[in-house]
Design a protein around this ligand. Structure first.
Ligand SMILES: [Ca+2]
Ligand SMILES: [Ca+2]
Length: 211
């Protein structure tokens, strides 16, 4: 795996989260690398689960979303341009993103942009991914995710249903907080970016521990 794991730019905790996401939700054909094939599978899966027929507006929109997502992700992550993103390239991409964000954050601090606007920076492709994931989780398409929807979808990815429920209770603060698009984005950004073990976003994939 090279010396990527020894790089101080990403903590061991961050690496574990990123690799979990890579293997569980991105590498759908489980061959260890990300390719268009994986995104094509995800695209088909979301259309099938949602009952969107080939040629319908939702089907076509989803196709465009995935093509855009993969194109942008590949631009960022496929450093040797072989059409695949390996675990190593994936982590390198996040290291680079963290380093760049740090620079941007400093610049913003100088320009006196408020703290809230400078945190939770995420890459452009991840915005697309969040859109896909939210739509996938929001089965009833009523603008928020409930515990049953979360458990149902997440357990399809091999996460134990019991863990998914506990995770949901954590990030929804015991069902006190509505998991709408905005909050889901915030939690997902925390999952990908935060190095704080107490961030509620750490639970957004249904996994309870990264030790
Ligand atoms: Ca794959
Ligand atoms: Ca590559």
């Amino acid at each position: 795996m090279g010396n990527v794991f020894g790089d101080p730019a990403l903590s061991a905790f961050q690496q574990k989260k990123l690799l979990h996401e890579f293997h569980t939700f991105f590498d759908l054909n489980k061959d260890g690398t990300l390719e268009w094939k994986d995104f094509d599978l995800a695209r088909k899966q979301v259309c099938e689960m949602s009952g969107w027929p080939v040629g319908s507006q939702r089907y076509t929109d989803t196709q465009s979303l995935f093509i855009e997502l993969w194109r942008r992700l590949q631009d960022d992550g496929d450093s040797d341009c072989d059409g695949k993103i390996t675990c190593e390239e994936w982590l390198k991409m996040w290291e680079k993103f963290n380093a760049n964000s740090e620079k941007e954050d400093k610049k913003d601090a100088k320009d006196k942009v408020s703290e809230e606007e400078t945190t939770l920076r995420i890459p452009e492709w991840l915005e697309r991914y969040i859109e896909y994931k939210f739509n996938l989780l929001d089965r009833a398409a009523d603008g928020h995710i409930d515990v049953d929807e979360f458990e149902y979808v997440i357990s399809n990815f091999g996460v134990p249903a019991k863990d998914a429920r506990s995770a949901f209770l954590m990030f929804s603060q015991g069902n006190q907080k509505k998991v709408d698009r905005k909050y889901f984005r915030e939690l997902t950004a925390e999952f990908f970016r935060s190095d704080d073990p107490s961030s509620l976003g750490n639970f957004i994939t249904g996994k309870l521990e990264f030790s």
